[in-house]
Design a binder for this molecule. Structure first.
Ligand SMILES: C[S@@+](CC[C@H](N)C(=O)[O-])C[C@H]1O[C@@H](n2cnc3c(N)ncnc32)[C@H](O)[C@@H]1O
Length: 189
Protein backbone atom coordinates (compact mmCIF):
# COMPACT_ATOMS: atom_id res chain seq x y z
CA UNK A 1 0.00 0.00 0.00
CA UNK A 2 2.74 2.42 1.04
CA UNK A 3 4.69 1.68 -2.14
CA UNK A 4 1.89 1.46 -4.73
CA UNK A 5 -0.46 4.12 -3.34
CA UNK A 6 2.00 6.29 -1.38
CA UNK A 7 4.96 6.34 -3.78
CA UNK A 8 3.55 5.25 -7.13
CA UNK A 9 0.21 7.07 -6.70
CA UNK A 10 -1.77 4.06 -7.97
CA UNK A 11 -5.53 3.76 -7.61
CA UNK A 12 -6.64 0.47 -6.10
CA UNK A 13 -9.62 -1.86 -5.84
CA UNK A 14 -10.35 -4.67 -3.44
CA UNK A 15 -11.79 -7.78 -5.11
CA UNK A 16 -13.27 -10.74 -3.27
CA UNK A 17 -13.38 -14.45 -4.01
CA UNK A 18 -16.09 -16.22 -2.01
CA UNK A 19 -15.46 -19.91 -1.57
CA UNK A 20 -18.51 -22.12 -1.42
CA UNK A 21 -16.68 -25.14 -0.02
CA UNK A 22 -14.09 -23.82 2.40
CA UNK A 23 -12.66 -25.97 5.17
CA UNK A 24 -15.02 -25.62 8.15
CA UNK A 25 -13.38 -23.39 10.76
CA UNK A 26 -12.72 -24.70 14.21
CA UNK A 27 -11.85 -22.71 17.34
CA UNK A 28 -15.04 -20.70 17.61
CA UNK A 29 -14.23 -18.45 14.61
CA UNK A 30 -15.88 -17.38 11.33
CA UNK A 31 -15.57 -19.57 8.23
CA UNK A 32 -12.45 -18.80 6.16
CA UNK A 33 -14.62 -18.53 3.06
CA UNK A 34 -13.26 -15.35 1.42
CA UNK A 35 -9.98 -14.38 -0.18
CA UNK A 36 -9.05 -10.79 -1.04
CA UNK A 37 -7.27 -9.53 -4.10
CA UNK A 38 -5.81 -6.02 -4.26
CA UNK A 39 -5.63 -4.53 -7.76
CA UNK A 40 -3.40 -1.49 -8.33
CA UNK A 41 -3.58 0.69 -11.42
CA UNK A 42 -1.07 3.42 -12.18
CA UNK A 43 -1.90 6.65 -13.97
CA UNK A 44 -1.83 6.20 -17.73
CA UNK A 45 -2.11 2.38 -17.56
CA UNK A 46 -4.33 0.91 -20.31
CA UNK A 47 -8.08 0.87 -19.62
CA UNK A 48 -9.79 -2.22 -18.27
CA UNK A 49 -11.80 -4.23 -20.78
CA UNK A 50 -15.57 -3.97 -20.65
CA UNK A 51 -18.08 -6.59 -19.57
CA UNK A 52 -20.41 -6.73 -16.61
CA UNK A 53 -19.09 -10.08 -15.36
CA UNK A 54 -15.46 -9.09 -15.91
CA UNK A 55 -15.88 -5.93 -13.85
CA UNK A 56 -17.62 -7.51 -10.89
CA UNK A 57 -15.70 -7.22 -7.62
CA UNK A 58 -17.08 -10.57 -6.53
CA UNK A 59 -16.21 -14.04 -7.74
CA UNK A 60 -18.04 -17.01 -6.31
CA UNK A 61 -16.85 -20.59 -6.72
CA UNK A 62 -15.65 -23.54 -4.76
CA UNK A 63 -11.96 -24.08 -4.04
CA UNK A 64 -10.34 -26.00 -6.80
CA UNK A 65 -10.54 -29.53 -5.37
CA UNK A 66 -10.26 -31.35 -8.69
CA UNK A 67 -7.16 -29.44 -9.83
CA UNK A 68 -5.66 -29.77 -6.33
CA UNK A 69 -5.65 -33.55 -6.83
CA UNK A 70 -4.56 -33.25 -10.44
CA UNK A 71 -1.67 -30.81 -9.92
CA UNK A 72 -0.69 -31.42 -6.27
CA UNK A 73 -0.66 -27.75 -5.16
CA UNK A 74 -2.38 -26.98 -1.83
CA UNK A 75 -3.47 -23.43 -2.76
CA UNK A 76 -4.15 -23.83 -6.47
CA UNK A 77 -6.58 -21.18 -7.76
CA UNK A 78 -9.58 -21.80 -10.02
CA UNK A 79 -8.55 -21.35 -13.65
CA UNK A 80 -11.71 -19.34 -14.43
CA UNK A 81 -10.90 -16.83 -11.65
CA UNK A 82 -7.41 -16.18 -13.04
CA UNK A 83 -8.71 -16.05 -16.61
CA UNK A 84 -11.19 -13.39 -15.58
CA UNK A 85 -8.43 -11.13 -14.22
CA UNK A 86 -6.44 -11.59 -17.40
CA UNK A 87 -9.40 -10.92 -19.68
CA UNK A 88 -10.26 -7.85 -17.63
CA UNK A 89 -6.91 -6.13 -17.62
CA UNK A 90 -4.86 -7.31 -20.63
CA UNK A 91 -5.16 -7.66 -24.41
CA UNK A 92 -4.26 -10.60 -26.66
CA UNK A 93 -0.49 -10.69 -27.21
CA UNK A 94 0.27 -8.91 -23.91
CA UNK A 95 2.75 -10.50 -21.48
CA UNK A 96 1.63 -11.53 -17.98
CA UNK A 97 4.12 -12.02 -15.13
CA UNK A 98 3.27 -14.30 -12.20
CA UNK A 99 6.06 -14.10 -9.60
CA UNK A 100 4.44 -16.81 -7.46
CA UNK A 101 3.50 -19.31 -10.14
CA UNK A 102 2.72 -22.34 -7.96
CA UNK A 103 1.27 -25.04 -10.21
CA UNK A 104 1.08 -22.68 -13.21
CA UNK A 105 -2.62 -21.74 -13.28
CA UNK A 106 -1.78 -18.27 -14.65
CA UNK A 107 0.29 -19.86 -17.41
CA UNK A 108 -2.62 -22.06 -18.49
CA UNK A 109 -4.96 -19.04 -18.36
CA UNK A 110 -2.51 -17.14 -20.62
CA UNK A 111 -2.31 -19.98 -23.13
CA UNK A 112 -6.11 -20.18 -23.25
CA UNK A 113 -6.46 -16.42 -23.76
CA UNK A 114 -3.55 -15.90 -26.19
CA UNK A 115 -1.30 -13.96 -23.80
CA UNK A 116 2.45 -14.47 -23.33
CA UNK A 117 3.49 -15.72 -19.92
CA UNK A 118 6.50 -15.42 -17.59
CA UNK A 119 6.33 -17.49 -14.40
CA UNK A 120 8.62 -17.60 -11.36
CA UNK A 121 8.47 -20.30 -8.69
CA UNK A 122 10.92 -20.81 -5.83
CA UNK A 123 10.03 -24.41 -5.01
CA UNK A 124 11.56 -26.87 -7.51
CA UNK A 125 8.78 -29.39 -6.83
CA UNK A 126 6.05 -26.92 -7.83
CA UNK A 127 8.17 -25.57 -10.67
CA UNK A 128 8.29 -29.07 -12.18
CA UNK A 129 4.54 -29.46 -11.70
CA UNK A 130 3.93 -26.15 -13.48
CA UNK A 131 6.32 -27.10 -16.27
CA UNK A 132 4.50 -30.43 -16.74
CA UNK A 133 1.11 -28.75 -16.61
CA UNK A 134 2.01 -26.28 -19.35
CA UNK A 135 3.03 -29.25 -21.49
CA UNK A 136 -0.31 -30.95 -20.77
CA UNK A 137 1.08 -33.55 -18.33
CA UNK A 138 -0.87 -33.95 -15.08
CA UNK A 139 0.51 -35.39 -11.84
CA UNK A 140 -1.90 -38.33 -12.27
CA UNK A 141 0.01 -39.06 -15.51
CA UNK A 142 3.30 -38.81 -13.60
CA UNK A 143 2.05 -41.09 -10.80
CA UNK A 144 0.88 -43.62 -13.39
CA UNK A 145 4.25 -43.42 -15.13
CA UNK A 146 6.01 -44.09 -11.80
CA UNK A 147 3.63 -46.97 -11.01
CA UNK A 148 4.31 -48.54 -14.42
CA UNK A 149 8.05 -48.13 -13.91
CA UNK A 150 7.97 -49.61 -10.39
CA UNK A 151 5.86 -52.58 -11.49
CA UNK A 152 7.44 -53.25 -14.87
CA UNK A 153 4.21 -52.45 -16.71
CA UNK A 154 4.48 -51.24 -20.29
CA UNK A 155 2.23 -48.49 -21.56
CA UNK A 156 1.31 -48.42 -25.25
CA UNK A 157 4.21 -46.10 -26.18
CA UNK A 158 6.78 -48.23 -24.35
CA UNK A 159 5.15 -51.25 -25.97
CA UNK A 160 5.64 -49.79 -29.45
CA UNK A 161 9.26 -48.86 -28.59
CA UNK A 162 9.79 -52.40 -27.34
CA UNK A 163 8.35 -53.83 -30.55
CA UNK A 164 10.95 -51.83 -32.46
CA UNK A 165 13.67 -53.19 -30.14
CA UNK A 166 12.27 -56.70 -30.58
CA UNK A 167 12.35 -56.30 -34.35
CA UNK A 168 15.99 -55.21 -34.13
CA UNK A 169 16.94 -58.04 -31.80
CA UNK A 170 15.23 -60.61 -34.06
CA UNK A 171 17.37 -59.41 -36.92
CA UNK A 172 20.62 -59.45 -34.92
CA UNK A 173 20.70 -63.20 -34.00
CA UNK A 174 20.63 -64.05 -37.71
CA UNK A 175 23.80 -62.07 -38.14
CA UNK A 176 25.39 -63.88 -35.19
CA UNK A 177 24.25 -67.29 -36.42
CA UNK A 178 25.87 -66.68 -39.77
CA UNK A 179 29.09 -65.76 -38.01
CA UNK A 180 28.97 -68.94 -35.92
CA UNK A 181 28.31 -71.06 -39.03
CA UNK A 182 31.34 -69.52 -40.68
CA UNK A 183 33.41 -70.27 -37.59
CA UNK A 184 32.17 -73.89 -37.53
CA UNK A 185 33.15 -74.38 -41.13
CA UNK A 186 36.62 -73.04 -40.50
CA UNK A 187 37.02 -75.32 -37.43
CA UNK A 188 36.25 -78.52 -39.39
CA UNK A 189 38.86 -77.69 -41.96
C1 LIG B 1 -0.43 -19.19 -3.45
S1 LIG B 1 0.75 -20.15 -4.26
C2 LIG B 1 0.36 -19.84 -5.97
C3 LIG B 1 -0.68 -20.77 -6.46
C4 LIG B 1 -0.95 -20.60 -7.94
N1 LIG B 1 -1.65 -19.38 -8.20
C5 LIG B 1 -1.73 -21.80 -8.45
O1 LIG B 1 -2.90 -21.65 -8.87
O2 LIG B 1 -1.18 -22.92 -8.43
C6 LIG B 1 2.21 -19.23 -4.06
C7 LIG B 1 3.49 -19.87 -4.60
O3 LIG B 1 4.54 -18.93 -4.49
C8 LIG B 1 5.74 -19.62 -4.24
N2 LIG B 1 6.69 -18.65 -3.66
C9 LIG B 1 6.78 -18.22 -2.38
N3 LIG B 1 7.78 -17.33 -2.24
C10 LIG B 1 8.35 -17.18 -3.47
C11 LIG B 1 9.43 -16.38 -3.97
N4 LIG B 1 10.11 -15.56 -3.18
N5 LIG B 1 9.71 -16.45 -5.29
C12 LIG B 1 9.03 -17.29 -6.10
N6 LIG B 1 8.00 -18.08 -5.68
C13 LIG B 1 7.66 -18.03 -4.38
C14 LIG B 1 5.32 -20.74 -3.32
O4 LIG B 1 6.25 -21.84 -3.38
C15 LIG B 1 3.93 -21.10 -3.87
O5 LIG B 1 4.00 -22.21 -4.76
Amino acid sequence: MKYFVGEKKCRFNLLVWCKTNCVPATNNSFLPNIEHCLVFKSNGAPKYNDGYELKSKWYISGTNKADKDEYDHPTIKPLELVKRHILHSTQEGDTVLDCFMGSGTTGVACIETNRNFIGVEIDPHYFKIAEDRLKGISQKDRRMEQYEKDNGILNIFDYIDNLEDLKDSLEKPNVNIRKEEQQDVSNTK
